[in-house]
Design a protein around this ligand. Structure first.
Ligand SMILES: [Zn+2]
Length: 142
């Protein structure tokens, strides 16, 4: 085990999390929505890119709160309300009694509905994982 791996292992233990801790941190200057969304956003203006970067950071931050002892796969989601512009976030929360856990995006939708009501609409949705390639949605979201 390398020193870096040992350090990450200790970090996971210290935080009390059973999920795999990602060594990935997104420095502000390296966030580029056009590249990171792998073709889903082909061309953005500066204002749109700024909004999406804020959402991506929100999703990335909430992803750290994921409870995923079974999959070890942390997911974060951020949704922007079309009416208020507020960002709602969610992370995956697993349960031993599968499938009573919830995915990040459904968690975010529930939080948004609780705050703004059942007629809420979203302008943008951002979902992040530590995987290099975009991940398929969970079964209920497909
Ligand atoms: Zn889902």
């Amino acid at each position: 085990m390398s020193a870096d791996t040992q350090k990450q292992s200790n970090k996971s233990k210290d935080s009390g999390s059973t999920c795999s801790e990602s060594p990935l941190k997104i420095p502000d200057h390296e966030v580029n929505v056009s590249k990171t969304l792998a073709g889903l956003v082909i061309k953005t203006d500066h204002a749109m890119e700024k909004k999406l970067n804020k959402m991506k950071k929100s999703a990335w931050n909430v992803r750290e709160n994921a409870y995923c002892p079974y999959s070890g796969f942390q997911v974060g989601a951020a949704l922007r309300s079309a009416k208020t512009g507020k960002i709602y976030v969610g992370c995956n929360v697993e349960n031993a009694a599968y499938p009573t856990g919830i995915c990040a995006e459904r968690g975010a939708v529930m939080t948004a509905i609780a705050a703004e009501g059942k007629n809420i609409k979203f302008d943008e949705v951002v979902i992040v994982t530590e995987a290099d390639e975009p991940s398929a949605p969970c079964g209920p979201c497909r």
